[in-house]
Design a protein around this ligand. Structure first.
Ligand SMILES: [Zn+2]
Length: 82
């Protein structure tokens, strides 16, 4: 009895990402900076300063968290001043 060679499996979702990713917002930093994740392949991206999408690295994740924290503190300080 011969063993059947494994055929490479083609994921439909990975094929769909070749046409374009299906991003959903996972974290809103500001009105113009958001973090996105593809529903099909799990790729994570974020908006950069030029308004384009770039890969969400550990460094950009930390920068986004710092910006979010800064804006939250600024908003709270403005609420106390009024
Ligand atoms: Zn994708």
């Amino acid at each position: 009895m011969e063993a059947i060679p494994n055929k490479p499996t083609l994921k439909i979702s990975a094929l769909m990402c070749t046409l374009g990713h299906d991003y959903m917002v996972t974290n809103t930093i500001t009105t113009y900076i958001k973090e996105y994740k593809c529903c099909n392949c799990g790729r994570e991206v974020t908006d950069d300063l030029n308004g384009k999408l770039k890969e969400l690295t550990e460094k950009s994740r930390i920068v986004n968290a710092c910006v979010s924290s800064f804006l939250r503190k600024k908003r709270n300080r403005l609420k106390l001043a009024v």
